[in-house]
Design a protein around this ligand. Structure first.
Ligand SMILES: C[S@@+](CC[C@H](N)C(=O)[O-])C[C@H]1O[C@@H](n2cnc3c(N)ncnc32)[C@H](O)[C@@H]1O
Length: 213
């Protein structure tokens, strides 16, 4: 995860010791670069984002790029409320599809469902993506079967209901769907901002690259 303010202070966060040590080696003794080997959900919410209150006149770009469901909704919400900070967000479709969004939700582990709830800040995704099947499942509950085009529906819901309505980001362009070399969906790349110029620049970039994906 990386957060850069306009005065070029950069904060890199990685929970992994080796990665944080590599970053430390690469950046040497530069004083405007801060490296944290910590959980980004703790360090962003408690230490870094509080420095970016609107009155501080600081502005920042925050890149949230987890491989999987490691981010918590509170972190996104804290950044959004400041109105000083734009975010890029990897929305980890691959982890979601492998571990949570099974064809029948009843077959997913409760812990994995909880990771998804924490990332989204709600369990409403279940209503968006699953329909009850009248046929009873093995535990006597009705099966909960995934709808078709679930990735697209999930992306649309997260953009409108979570980033725009709940977090209050004014501008959220259509996300870019990133795929692996075999064409499988890896993640949606979202950008969210309170600033129209940021949206225009990122929309141009996304549109330019979208046609190659
Ligand atoms: C996609 S990689 C980031 C790559 C890096 N930004 C780059 O450009 O090379 C995701 C990283 O998130 C780290 N990570 C996972 N959970 C984390 C957490 N809760 N807090 C901070 N870092 C985390 C992993 O150790 C991993 O290095």
């Amino acid at each position: 995860m990386r957060l850069t303010t306009l005065l070029q202070n950069t904060h890199y966060i990685d929970i992994d010791k080796e990665k944080a040590e590599t970053l430390n080696r690469l950046t040497g003794d530069r004083t405007n670069i801060n490296i944290y080997q910590e959980d980004c959900n703790e360090v962003l919410v408690k230490k870094i984002l509080p420095m970016l209150q609107y009155e501080s006149k600081k502005r920042a770009l925050c890149i949230l790029d987890p491989y999987g469901l490691h981010l918590q909704w509170e972190t996104i919400m804290t950044a959004a409320k400041l109105k000083t900070t734009e975010i890029f967000l990897n929305f980890p479709l691959m982890d979601m599809n492998r571990n949570v969004l099974h064809k029948d939700l009843l077959t997913a582990d409760a812990d994995q469902i909880e990771r998804m709830n924490k990332f989204c800040g709600t369990d409403e995704w279940q209503e968006i993506l699953y329909k009850e099947d009248k046929q009873m499942g093995i535990f006597g509950d009705p099966d909960r079967i995934k709808i078709v085009n679930s990735n697209i529906k999930l992306g649309e819901w997260f953009k409108k209901e979570r980033l725009q309505k709940t977090a209050g980001f004014k501008f959220v362009p259509e996300p870019m769907l990133m795929r692996n070399s075999k064409g499988g969906p890896l993640f949606f790349l979202f950008f969210a901002s309170h600033n129209e110029t940021g949206k225009k620049i990122v929309t141009d970039i996304f549109n330019k690259h979208r046609k190659y994906l």
